[in-house]
Design a protein around this ligand. Structure first.
Ligand code: PLP
Length: 386
């Protein structure tokens, strides 16, 4: 079976985890701190805070920005459910902004129009969460401009995008946002099994995030923080969770981070090979951005023609030993969000996109010959069909 995506683990990763097991630290040790320093340096951000999943990082990001009851978060409907759920977990509310049909990312024009309308009804969002879908950066300059004009905070859901770039910086530099979040799930750019990262340039936000991932407890008590300076005392000024990353995960993360640029390069090569080989087929390949700076987490193609063509391609590929996937069923159409008042037709671009999209195999371990097989099977289906 050719997988649509899978983790890439080599002997150096295995050795790193075994070393961590022998190090005397399973949690709250030096590997997590080193991983945070190296990720922050790689992305060009002041702070990185490691947590137990991307979802935990999104939750902590909202809590760190004091997002809560009475607040409103807007995100893209073309994302994983966690981008929206984090707002509800904080007691806030969620709405969506439709996508750009060319980039599949949250559309800055739609955002601007929705902000104008929301201002007149007094329902402006507290947080806007662009999602760098498939690893391709959103138009952060436009979003930052709107944030300044309308006074909302920006959390980048960069779960697909570690190793990608925006304009002249790496995604995660937070030069145009308050916080950026990465997922380290098995099939993301790099993995720690499960894991997540929150990046920020704001000291206050980073301090809150560090407390919130560990029960809301303050580490490194300064002498003036306690009335009696008892050496065993700790203080809990906030309500937090246990979202800590283990040393085993951080050791794997450090090892994977050293291989990240190679992973992205391979993903880019594969994306270019697909684009060349699909040039004359009746399907839309992802637009490649100037300078090709996407992290290429996914390779979504769109089919032309009948309503069920995507399903038939999916099944034909599967019959020939090739796995594919669909990203994403629009989040506002999930039962939970329908119960909360959303319905078909609310975000037509995201719904139309969903109807005919399919993610083809793309991961650093995919060989040229496996990719050629995918191309061959798809070509034979489409030439018989169209
Ligand atoms: C993977 C992912 C998440 C959640 O990350 P986990 O580490 O699986 O919790 C959130 N948003 C998007 C867009 C993702 O792809």
């Amino acid at each position: 079976m050719i997988r649509y995506s899978t983790q890439n683990i080599d002997q150096s990763d295995i050795d790193a985890v075994v070393d961590a097991l022998r190090s005397g630290w399973l949690t709250q040790g030096p590997a997590v701190e080193q991983f945070e320093r190296e990720v922050a340096a790689y992305c060009g951000a002041r702070h990185a805070v490691a947590v137990s999943s991307g979802t935990a990082a999104l939750h902590v990001a909202c809590l760190s920005l004091e997002f809560g009851v009475g607040d409103l978060l807007w995100t893209s409907p073309n994302t994983f459910v966690a981008s929206a759920n984090c707002a509800l977990l904080c007691g806030g509310d969620v709405d969506f902004v439709d996508i750009d049909p060319n980039t599949y990312n949250l559309c800055p024009d739609a955002l601007e129009q929705k902000l104008e309308a929301a201002e007149s009804t007094g329902q402006l969002p507290t947080v806007v969460m662009p999602v760098h879908f498939s690893g391709r950066a959103c138009d952060m300059a436009r979003i930052q401009g709107l944030a300044q004009r309308y006074g909302f905070k920006v959390i980048e859901d960069a779960s697909h995008a570690l190793g990608g770039r925006t304009e002249e910086r790496r995604i995660g530099a937070c030069d145009r946002s308050d916080v950026a979040v990465f997922s380290l799930h098995a099939i993301k750019s790099i993995t720690t099994g499960e894991g997540g990262l929150l990046l920020t340039n704001t000291d206050y936000t980073a301090e809150r995030a560090r407390m919130l991932r560990s029960h809301g407890i303050k580490r490194d008590l300064a002498a003036h923080d306690t009335e009696a300076i008892d050496p065993w005392r700790y203080e809990q000024p906030l309500l937090g969770l246990n979202y800590r990353m283990t040393e085993l995960q951080a050791a794997l993360g450090l090892s994977q981070l050293s291989r990240l640029d190679g992973f992205i390069e391979r993903r880019r090569d594969l994306a270019r090979r697909y684009a060349e080989r699909f040039a004359n087929l009746p399907l839309d390949t992802p637009v490649s951005d100037d300078g090709d700076v996407s992290a290429w987490h996914l390779y979504p193609v769109r089919f032309h023609g009948g309503a069920d063509i995507r399903r038939r391609v999916f099944e034909y590929l599967r019959k020939h030993g090739i796995e594919s996937q669909v990203h994403y069923y629009p989040v506002h159409l999930q039962p939970l969000y329908r119960q909360r008042g959303h319905q078909p037709g609310d975000f037509p671009a995201a719904e139309a996109y969903y109807e005919n999209v399919l993610s083809l195999p793309l991961h650093p371990g995919l060989t040229d010959s496996e990719q050629d097989q995918v191309v061959e099977v798809l070509t034979s289906f489409l030439s018989a069909e169209c």
